[in-house]
Each structure stands twice: as C-alpha cells, then as structure tokens.
Design a binder for this molecule. Structure first.
Ligand code: Z5A
Length: 207
C-alpha cells in the first residue's frame, strides 16, 4: 500500500481527455498548496520511456504477452524509483494510465489471460487509492483525435473490435471495484471534467 501520500490514476480509451484532465487536476491541487507529482505510463522514468518507445513502435511486431511484460518492466521501474518514494514523502501522485490499462488493453483487448496480469499486478505491490475512469462516446473521442495532429502507434493502429473490447474491459473493471473507481463523464469542457474529479476526490478521500 502507498505511504502517507495519495495515489490517483486516470484511465479510459484514447482521446478521452486523460492527459488534459490529469494536468488540470494537478494544477487545481497545486493552487490549493498541495504537493503533486504528475506522471504517465508507459513512462515516467528514463528507462521506462525507452521501453515506451519499443511498445509504441508498430514497426516492431511483439507477442501480446511480451508487450505485457514490457509494460510491467516499465511500471516496476516507475513505481520503485518514482511513485513509491513520492508517496513516502507525502506527495499526491497523479498517473495517466496504470494497471487497469494493462488489464483492459492486453487482457480484454489482446487476449492475455487476466490471471497472468493479476499476478503481475500483485508483484508490483501497489494499487491506486483512487482511479478516475474517463468515459466518452467513441465518436466524440474520434473527433477529438482527428482534430489533433499525431502519428499512429501500435495501439492506435488496432481495429474497431479491439477498441470495443477495451471499452468493455474498462467498464467491467470499474464495476468490479466501485470503491476504488470514480466514473467521470468526459464529454463536457475540460474545466467541468476537472471540477467533477476534484469533487469526487473530496467526497471519496476527504482531500
Ligand atoms: N497501453 C497499453 O496497451 N497497456 C498499458 O499497460 C498502458 C498503456 C499503460 C499509450 O498511449 C498507449 O499505450 C495507449 C494504451 C497503451 N494507446 N492507445 N490507444 P498514449 O499515452 O500516447 O495515448 P493515450 O493514453 O491513448 O492518450 P491520448 O490519445 O493522448 O488521449 P487522452 O490523454 O485521453 O486525451 P488528451 O490528449 O487529453 O486529449 C485528446 C484531444 O482532445 C486533445 O486535442 C485535447 O485538447 C482534446 N480534449 C481533451 N479534453 C477535452 C474536453 N474535455 N473537451 C474537448 N476537447 C478535449
């Protein structure tokens, strides 16, 4: 379990606005005088960012279990060298994607056994205190992504059936752990999404 800090993760499909919302929540909390570390996965350390480059490169075919192991290799470096020390210092850590993305993308999306991923989650020895699932209709997410100029990575190149399984995966994971998850409507303007998250954090954790 985390130390005296508080560990928040944001999850959801691509284009749901996780990065925007994570930055907005960090800014809101800092404006209140709280100490916040904003980070992301895969990534968050030099080594994990190098693993991210392998994972995102769609020119490098990789078996789904190999992808899973790489996500966890990156995560364990990030957890042990950045997240856990920050929590021990009492910092609020906000991480853009974490364990639930691996369960949604690699288990529900790519067919890696859920039990294997559950075992790897246990190996990390850490769970978020609170997870925001940002939910957005797929057409709205597509419009947002179309408006943003970017390349295509390994996961963005997957087909519609894959993304449907990922969406169902996130919904199932959130249903199974209602005490950890706060499901957020990601459709309104960024300030409204951030206000919903700020309110849920206060209601769930009194912080
Ligand atoms: N992955 C995995 O398979 N297994 C794992 O264990 C982990 C990850 C950890 C990481 O990609 C990929 O790795 C991801 C899952 C996989 N792939 N997919 N698909 P990433 O980090 O590069 O990308 P992402 O996490 O999917 O994020 P994203 O595409 O950047 O989307 P986002 O962070 O949710 O949205 P955003 O960047 O904040 O916003 C998207 C656009 O919408 C942007 O132009 C914003 O200005 C706009 N926006 C944001 N919020 C709003 C609101 N509220 N209204 C209107 N417009 C908005």
């Amino acid at each position: 379990m985390p130390g005296q800090g508080f560990f928040i993760t944001l999850e959801g499909g691509e284009g749901a606005g996780k990065s925007t919302a994570a930055a907005g929540l960090a800014e809101a909390l800092r404006a209140e005088g709280q100490v916040v570390l904003l980070t992301r996965e895969p990534g968050g350390t030099k080594g994990a960012e190098a693993i991210r480059a392998l994972l995102m490169n769609q020119e490098l075919p990789l078996d789904p279990l190999a992808q899973t192991m790489l996500h966890f290799a990156a995560r364990i470096d990030h957890v042990n060298r950045v997240i856990r020390p920050a929590l021990a210092r009492g910092v609020i850590v906000i991480c853009d994607r974490f364990h639930d993305s691996t369960m949604a993308y690699q288990a529900y999306g790519q067919g890696v056994p859920q039990a294997d991923i559950a075992a790897l989650i246990q190996l990390t020895g850490i769970m978020p205190n609170l997870t925001f699932l940002l939910q957005l209709h797929e057409n709205e997410a597509k419009n947002r992504l179309a408006a943003r100029a970017s390349g295509t990575d390994r996961y963005e190149a997957m087909d519609a059936a894959f993304f449907a399984r990922v969406r169902e995966g996130f919904a199932a994971i959130a249903r199974a752990e209602p005490e950890r998850f706060a499901v957020i409507n990601a459709s309104p303007a960024p300030a409204v999404v951030v206000a919903s998250m700020r309110q849920a954090l206060r209601a769930r954790a009194g912080r």
